[in-house]
Design a binder for this molecule. Structure first.
Ligand code: BTN
Length: 326
């Protein structure tokens, strides 16, 4: 269990120096055995910690998320929209946490970030690998009143917001794959999971964003497709997770205001600008198990995929796209 003692330990260790166990125990106000237990729990959660003759130290630098830093980095008009930023050390899923807040009628919008997730959710029932302090796990809830006509386009609009945020941090060549994968050179950099609840004419949504920042190799063994992290995209330098969190939140909030007023229309051009598959021969895998071959033609104003097939243009609201080779 990652608790505030563990965070205090990480803060002491974040200078990259070696610390004797007695010094660490004293520093956080715990017995030596309890301190050791926490260090081992952190190791089990994927934090690269090692012990040498001088004591415990981090094998790679660690930047913990800081609520006040994130809030201060938001543009004032976006910051004023947020009712709360929840920063958690460990949670089953940031999406599940915010869905519960929606269901219990708490004031929206709420942002939730976690250092790690015990049961991070991916699309189509997959799990999302969420090791401690390595990546970004962020969810944002929003209450639409009334529910927008084409809520499914919101996940595409969220992809636009994430790419804009990454570009703002100077990261280039990021693209989108319908409906909402974030890619770099056709390797998965992140994903978006949108979950919703309806309350009469209102719709509450939770937009969950997972971005690989500095994914430890041993944590990626369960990822069943080519992947990449921002450290590699950025030439080996790990971008600041606090800056990343603020940029993503800022762009998501800006996008939500636009989406609430006009829907997907004005965001569609950017989606197509970032579309990594436009004009490419693709295979669309439908939930029924069927496949459709065609050439990707971007998306329509409701976020449906446009595919040029041998029978003419067809539009699809669901499915998984892959590149057709050969
Ligand atoms: C995908 O499968 O591509 C979507 C992954 C979405 C993962 C994020 S991490 C933050 C939020 N909380 C979750 O449990 N899932 C989303």
């Amino acid at each position: 269990m990652i608790d505030h003692f563990s965070l205090a330990l990480l803060t002491l260790l974040s200078d990259g120096q070696s610390h004797a166990i007695n010094t660490l125990a004293k520093g956080v106000g715990l017995e030596v055995t309890a301190t050791l237990e926490r260090l081992q729990a952190l190791q089990a959660a994927g934090v690269k910690l090692a012990l040498n003759d001088d004591g415990w130290h981090l094998l790679q630098p660690l930047e913990c998320l800081e609520r006040e830093q994130i809030r201060a980095l938001l543009e004032p008009c976006q910051a004023s929209l947020l009712s709360e930023i929840c920063l958690l050390h460990s949670i089953d899923s940031t999406n599940a946490y915010l869905l519960q807040k929606l269901e219990t009628g708490q004031r929206q919008p709420i942002a939730c970030l976690a250092e790690c997730q015990q049961a991070g959710r991916g699309r189509r029932g997959r799990t999302w690998s969420s090791p401690f302090a390595a990546n970004l796990y962020l969810s944002l809830s929003w209450l639409f009143d009334p529910a927008p006509a084409h809520l499914s386009a919101l996940s595409l609009a969220s992809g636009v917001a994430v790419v804009r945020a990454l570009e703002r941090l100077g990261l280039t060549d990021i693209s989108l794959k319908w409906p909402n994968d974030i890619l770099w050179q056709h390797r998965k950099l992140g994903g978006i999971l949108l979950e919703s609840r309806f309350f009469g004419r209102r719709a509450g949504v939770v937009i969950g964003i997972g971005l690989n920042v500095a994914m430890p190799e041993q944590e990626a063994t369960g990822i069943d497709q080519p992947w990449v992290d921002l450290r590699e995209v950025n030439g080996g330098d790990t971008p600041s997770r606090n800056q990343l969190a603020a940029a993503v939140l800022d762009e998501l909030l800006q996008m939500l205001v636009v989406f609430e007023a006009d829907g997907f229309i004005s965001l569609r051009d950017d989606w197509q600008r970032f579309d990594g598959f436009y004009g490419q021969p693709v295979v669309l895998h439908l939930p029924s198990g069927e496949q459709r071959h065609g050439v990707a033609q971007g998306v329509d104003e409701q976020g449906a995929l446009r595919l040029a097939t041998e029978w003419g243009e067809e539009r699809f609201a669901v499915g998984e796209v892959s590149l057709r080779r050969g």
